[in-house]
Design a protein around this ligand. Structure first.
Ligand SMILES: [Zn+2]
Length: 487
């Protein structure tokens, strides 16, 4: 579940008296231009365009001056103060400001009119107005200099307001979005900046743009602060140690469970999905004790570290050695650390089941912990197969004989879909994939998982395991996780 920003809107009555700047009473009489007389003149003049200006010549060759009406949609004012050139823009005539297009056409129909990409307010007297326009609950403001409807943030008096891209005054209190950005409104709908707090929600509004800090990390008062896409401040939570809880389902089947896992929290782009990252092996003493292979006491149906037919399995095996002498548990830990950092950056929380060279948690304890604290479980391993070449990656799918046993019966389909997604991600990142993928294997992890759970073998004893090689696999697993969870 994503945390939704609470937006508080309060309806209130904004009277004209509360508004700074001009508010016109729109009561003037309509402009009277004699259409009949002008039509006769219009028939007798000849248009002349000269140096970017428009003139109309009388029959005697002189420049016509005054109003010139060809039709309601084609009326000019030939300015006597400008040698009869047709007026453009805003022109004051007999005490009234009129609006003309750059082609000299008089914009005359009362109401809100669009001319040359801007909105204007034409009053009933035919003049163009500035200041506040009020119609019912809708307010607009027309710039006193340009007469254009203002959009975006705009200062009136000592206050700053925000207008929609259509010029509509944003009449809010509290936090609300306008033009796709969050703003913080005072009770009079003017904007304010600084820290906003409402319950657990904190936001920051910049003093220059008044916009909320969002979708990134910003230095505010000398401190790095991170905000999500909705502008909500996400406090970086420190990692916490997590202990095994003996009341968890299947907890009694574990024999080594005194260790602690570490929960890491994403500080940005949080998706509230927790990935259990299980660095394979690394439990000292784990290979000298056993646990039940299956919760129902039946024997293993395939071989593996523990042979087929075994009712008890090694609690945690010691793992293989790479041909260069490196122990598997060292590489799985490094891989887990790189994967953790990449997942945190993508907004996943990470349960690091083994966060150091050793953790006193057996495979059942690791699985039960993941079941209860995470949304999915990835165990990282490299295979020991005796081959002289790197066969690539695969995951361990669920043998048919296990599919009717609880809890495998309720998880195996999800786990295999999860494994398929991870391998598809690995392939897309350029990691080699084994032709035998996936391989049915009876694992303790599989037998006790109640969440999508996969053992991924990222290569074998021949595989390179430098950071660059591991990062290809990290990118692949992250891509697979994002695809599986659709984030
Ligand atoms: Zn292994």
């Amino acid at each position: 579940m994503k945390k939704r920003l609470s937006v508080f809107l309060a309806a209130f009555f904004l009277s004209a008296a509360m508004l700074p700047g001009n508010v016109y009473a729109d009561t003037e009489e309509p402009l009277q231009i004699s259409e009949e007389q002008s039509a006769e003149i219009a028939d007798s003049v000849t248009r002349k365009d000269f140096e970017g200006r428009i003139y109309f010549l009388n029959p005697d060759g002189t420049h016509y001056t005054g109003w010139l009406v060809f039709s309601l949609d084609q009326t000019y004012y030939c300015d006597p103060d400008n040698d009869g050139a047709a007026a453009t823009g805003v022109k004051k005539i007999s005490g009234i400001n009129f609006l003309f297009t750059s082609e000299g056409i008089y914009v005359r129909t009362p109401g809100i009119r669009t001319a040359e990409g801007a909105r204007y307010w034409i009053r009933s007297n035919g003049g163009v107005a500035n200041g506040w326009y009020i119609q019912g609950s809708k307010l607009m403001y027309f710039d006193p200099q340009t007469y254009k409807a203002v959009t975006g943030t705009y200062n009136i008096g000592r206050r700053t307001y925000v207008f929609s891209s259509d010029g509509i005054f944003a009449r809010y209190t509290g936090v609300a979005a306008v033009n796709g950005k969050y703003y913080w409104f005072k009770d009079d709908s003017s904007l304010q900046s600084g820290w906003y707090e409402n319950g657990d929600t904190r936001m920051y509004f910049f003093s220059d743009t008044y916009e909320a800090a969002a979708n990134g990390t910003y230095i505010i008062d000398g401190v790095e602060c991170t905000f999500d896409a909705n502008g909500v401040y996400t406090e970086a939570k420190d990692p916490t140690l997590v202990s095994f809880d003996s009341s968890w389902e299947f907890a009694d089947y574990s024999v080594i469970n005194s260790g602690q896992a570490v929960m890491y929290y994403a500080s940005t782009n949080r998706n509230n999905i927790t990935v259990a990252v299980n660095a394979g092996h690394g439990t000292s003493g784990g290979s000298s004790v056993t646990t039940l292979s299956h919760p129902d006491g039946t024997p293993k149906v395939t071989g593996g570290t523990t042979a087929e037919g075994a009712v008890y399995s090694t609690a945690v095996s010691s793992g293989m050695d790479f041909n260069d002498g490196t122990e598997e548990n060292v590489v799985t830990l490094r891989m887990a650390q790189l994967l953790r950092d990449a997942l945190l950056a993508e907004g996943f929380d990470v349960l690091m089941i083994r966060d150091g060279s050793d953790v006193q948690l057996d495979n059942i304890a690791r699985t039960v912990m993941a079941n209860n604290l995470a949304d999915c479980h990835i165990a990282l391993h490299w295979d020991s197969d005796g081959l002289s070449y790197d066969k690539g990656c695969y995951y361990m799918s669920v043998p048919d004989a296990l599919k009717s046993m609880y809890p495998v019966s309720v998880t195996w389909e999800k786990s295999e879909a999860f494994g398929d997604a991870l391998l598809a991600g690995l392939a897309s990142a350029g990691a080699p994939i084994w032709s035998g993928n996936p391989l049915d294997t009876d694992l303790t992890q599989t037998s006790y998982s109640t969440i999508p759970s996969v053992d991924v073998e990222l290569g074998n004893q021949v595989s390179a395991h430098d950071d660059a090689t591991l990062m290809v696999r990290v990118k692949g697993l992250v891509a697979g996780l994002k695809a599986y969870f659709s984030v």
